[in-house]
Design a protein around this ligand. Structure first.
Ligand code: HEC
Length: 155
């Protein structure tokens, strides 16, 4: 009898370690991995050239560059008004590791059967400098709009 209880005790210890590993570590290691990440300043115009060269407009529209997808392909808007600034960390991740996080609103149309992003892999197709410029260009396309309006309550 006591053997059984002991066994359960052991099991719950494993369970605890498991929960800790799954729940707490990812949060810690996530922060660890973002720490110390700093891009040099890029060149918006060169980034735009790279955007065109890599034909990002096959799946994306952004102001000033026409979307050139097939009629059945994706048209996901980049840039425009946002309430929270897109960090270059987020933008770099979106470009070099698009499957890391897929917005819920794109979920159905944007992923393959394996739940991976349909976005192409460009990691062999551009230099680091091109990535820096591209991200600088993308970031410049976002307009931060305060969630507050101009209307203030009057008394
Ligand atoms: C074959 C289609 C396709 C092409 C080509 C493509 N993308 Fe994407 N892109 C996607 C899809 C689908 C998503 C949304 C799901 C995701 O995050 O992967 C996305 C998401 C993004 C996002 C995140 C958008 C957001 O609102 O969070 C960025 C930034 C982005 N792409 C940049 C690029 C750039 C830069 C290029 C060219 C180098 C490019 N994409 C080429 C399909 C594509």
């Amino acid at each position: 009898m006591s053997g059984k209880i002991k066994k359960f005790g052991k099991l719950s210890n494993y369970l605890l370690v498991f929960i800790l590993l799954c729940g707490v570590l990812p949060i810690v290691s996530c922060n660890e991995q973002a720490r110390g990440f700093a891009l040099p300043e890029g060149d918006i115009e060169k980034g735009k050239v790279t955007y065109k060269r890599l034909a990002c407009n096959e799946c994306h529209s952004i102001s000033g560059i026409d979307w050139k997808g097939e009629s059945d392909s994706l048209n996901i808007a980049l840039g425009g008004k946002v309430t929270i600034q897109k960090s270059y960390g987020e933008l770099v991740s979106s470009v070099i590791n698009p499957s890391h996080k897929i917005a819920r609103r794109y979920k159905k149309q944007a992923v393959t059967e394996e739940e991976l992003s349909k976005m192409k892999n460009y990691n062999e197709a551009m230099t680091v400098q091109e990535l820096v410029d591209l991200v600088t260009f993308l970031q410049s396309e976002y307009d931060i709009k305060s969630p507050l309006t101009d209307y203030y309550p009057y008394y």
